[in-house]
Design a protein around this ligand. Structure first.
Ligand code: NDP
Length: 453
């Protein structure tokens, strides 16, 4: 790490104590940007970096709700409005017991660069709550969502801040929150994305993040004149991103062999085909079951529960060509990265946000595998949210093919921008640098134009 980066990080850590994920996200970006800042002293003078690391606004609030037994429950709600230089704040809501300020700040920070890369006019934000939807009844989830929106509605709007889903927030939660927003404002507008199809949602939005991560991988292997056909893929998670990653992998002739949840993972050497994927979608989205049930239905597959004593995740220790981490942050550490490489994996496309630890990333870069960081590889979700906003503004709905074609075009454009920026700044093939630099320049220039705000 250069002296300049180290000094900058010291300030960040002092100002934002006890937020390790935020420090991790900032450090990665600042390391990529340092050569750019040295070439463009006007950015240093205008304190672009200092400003981009400081949220424009942070909202923290109490979310009281009553469970099915009549007992009062209290959760904490957050919205981080990070940067609006190029458009309204945009980014998902996460409902998970691990949610805290530092995690949401890392996600909001990454979102700024990701949204800029999509070519669409969207600023960056993120929010959520430490509420855990798992094991709650639909009525409990509804009461929570209504209470959450009863505060959040004052801070968001179709031209101000447009939240979407993330971990623990799918179509059901977006529906409950949209209903409450509409009731409070007496206004039917595109204030959330990921909406149901017959009330303003976009075709392909549920599929977009997973499809996009696979399109990005296809672009990366394309630089070596290869395709994904016949490739074996390790996929983690079994939620929205993981499911549609599998679907697109199957479309392109690849073979996904793993899926997981926080309890453990399944390995199906024969491949998770369309029939098995349909079973998983029903299990996860309708029955809200656990991935271990997969082996009751398909007994030849193997289930391995999480072993908290292990220093690595055995999911990443199988022979394969590609990996699509699609669960959560820091799910691939240096040991996992080493196992992946040892097993022949040379394509990693991150559906999840920051799933690889910094020493894991270092190893991928050192070994020069095709490594697509989440900021670029999973931008298809927010890009399609941007397309949902456009359709809402036009009061039109595009066809499935039209949205998919636009998504595909955007993923190609993101790949090209990251690839070219990496070359231009002297690190060819390094998509981490490429994505950070390409995402940053547009936001930085907009901030320069808008003065001290
Ligand atoms: P879902 O809630 O639909 O699925 C999350 C999956 O990951 C579940 O299988 C869940 O298992 C597992 N998981 C979550 N937290 C942990 C954990 N701490 N340890 C182990 N497993 C865990 O979320 P999404 O699929 O929407 O999101 C997955 C990732 O993709 C996240 O990093 C998210 O930020 C990122 N992402 C999502 C986008 C979207 O459009 N949805 C857009 C861009 C990025 P369990 O059910 O047991 O918790």
């Amino acid at each position: 790490m250069s002296e300049g980066v180290a000094a900058f990080m010291e300030q960040i850590k002092a100002k934002n104590p006890a937020e390790p994920e935020f420090h991790q996200a900032v450090e990665e970006v600042v390391e990529s940007l340092w050569p750019v800042l040295e070439k463009r002293p006007e950015y240093r003078k205008a304190k672009i970096l200092e400003r981009i690391c400081e949220p424009e606004r942070v909202i923290v609030f109490r979310v009281p709700w009553v469970d099915d037994k009549g007992v009062m429950q209290v959760n904490r709600g957050f919205r981080i409005e990070m940067n609006s230089a190029i458009g309204p704040y945009k980014g998902g809501l996460r409902f998970h017991p691990s949610v805290n300020l530092g995690i949401l700040k890392f996600l909001a920070f990454e979102q700024v660069f990701k949204n800029s890369l999509t070519t669409l006019p969207m600023g960056g934000g993120k929010g959520g709550s430490d509420f855990d939807p798992k094991g709650k009844s639909d009525n409990e989830v509804m009461r929570f969502c209504q209470s959450f929106m009863t505060e959040l509605y004052r801070h968001i709007g179709p031209n101000t801040d447009v939240p979407a889903g993330d971990i623990g927030v799918g179509g059901r939660e977006i529906g409950f929150m949209f209903g409450q927003y509409k009731r409070l404002r007496n206004e039917f507008t595109g204030v959330l994305t990921g909406k149901g199809l017959n009330w303003g949602g976009s075709l392909i939005r549920p599929e977009a993040t997973g499809y996009g991560a696979v399109y990005f991988a296809a672009e990366m292997v394309g630089t070596r004149s290869e395709t994904l056909e016949g490739k074996v893929a390790l996929v983690s998670g079994s939620g929205n991103v993981a499911q549609f990653t599998c679907e697109k992998l199957l479309d392109l002739g690849a073979k996904p062999v793993t899926l997981s949840d926080s309890g453990g993972y399944v390995y199906d050497e024969d491949g998770i085909d369309r029939g098995k994927l349909a079973y998983v979608m029903d299990l996860k989205n309708v029955k809200r079951g656990r991935i271990k049930e997969y082996v009751e239905k398909y007994p030849h597959a193997k289930y391995t529960p999480v072993d908290p004593k292990l220093q690595h995740n055995p999911l990443w220790d199988h022979k394969a060509d590609c990996a699509f981490p699609s669960a959560t942050q820091n799910e691939i550490n240096a040991q996992d990265a080493e196992n992946l490489i040892k097993n022949g994996v040379y394509v990693v496309s991150e559906g999840a946000n920051m799933p690889t630890t910094p020493d894991g990333v270092e190893l991928f870069l050192e070994k020069k595998i095709l490594y697509g960081p989440g900021k670029a590889a999973n931008a298809g979700g927010v890009a399609t949210s941007g397309l949902e906003m456009s359709q809402n503004s036009l009061r039109l709905s595009w066809t499935r093919e039209e949205v998919d074609q636009r998504l595909h075009g955007i993923m190609k454009a993101i790949h090209k921008a990251a690839y070219e920026a990496a070359e231009e700044f002297g690190t060819p093939g390094n998509y981490v640098n490429g994505a950070n630099i390409a995402g940053f320049l547009k936001v930085a220039d907009a901030m320069m134009d808008q003065g001290a705000v």
